[in-house]
Design a binder for this molecule. Structure first.
Ligand code: HEM
Length: 176
């Protein structure tokens, strides 16, 4: 998993809960470099899960909620890292381009990135339906990222997320 995901999670935890809680969480774990990640490095995904589980133990916030809040925050940070990848301000088109363009470019820039796949089911002016497919099962992070996209371009969206099935996790994103 790309280091930027870890460094941004740290930023958010510090902002919301303070440095001491972050320190307590990290002291409890055995992480690469004692958890001193760099944004451009690549680290085991299992360490992100370890950090999330500890955060949950310390804050009692469900991991799903932690991932959604993190995704909401992360969207703008990812965009700031690569503003040239934003080709449209229409949020439904943007969401489609995450699959057809943005993540493809991200993979070229960082060949070790492991990105989810979106299987597009249908799209029109009002809605975009797709399956989120990833062995990482970070669909709650995806939901948060879509909320972050909606906030960033000030275009309200209803985001319905289904239960995991044989294909992946179904999303129906509608303009409201
Ligand atoms: C609504 C918009 C977006 C959604 C829903 C989305 C979804 C995701 C998800 C769920 C992951 C976690 C990996 C997984 O689930 O397998 C991920 C990883 C990532 N995405 Fe996106 N993404 C969005 C926009 C962006 C943008 C705008 C950028 C950069 C300009 C970006 C760059 C990345 C990077 C660098 C990773 C980390 C890959 C790794 O750790 O190996 N994403 N994305």
């Amino acid at each position: 998993m790309r280091g930027i995901i870890f460094t941004e999670l740290y930023e958010l935890v510090e902002e919301k809960f303070g440095y001491e809680l972050l320190d307590d969480v990290l002291l409890d774990l055995e992480l690469t470099n004692d958890g001193a990640y760099t944004a451009t490095g690549n680290y085991p995904f299992s360490e992100l899960l370890d950090i999330l589980i500890k955060l949950h133990e310390h804050t009692k916030i469900p991991i799903e909620d932690l991932l959604e809040v993190f995704g909401e925050y992360l969207f703008t940070r990812l965009l700031n890292m690569h503003p040239e990848l934003a080709k449209t301000e229409n949020v439904l088109e943007f969401l489609e381009q995450v699959e057809t363009y943005i993540h493809i470019e991200v993979k070229k820039l960082y060949p070790d990135a492991e990105l989810p796949k979106f299987n597009i089911v249908s799209k029109d002016e009002k809605s975009f339906k797709f399956y989120y497919i990833s062995s990482k099962k970070l669909h709650h992070l995806a939901k948060g990222l879509i909320q972050g996209l909606s906030n960033h371009y000030k275009q309200p969206l209803e985001i319905k997320m289904g239960l995991e099935d044989k294909i992946g996790v179904f999303f129906e994103v509608t303009r409201i």
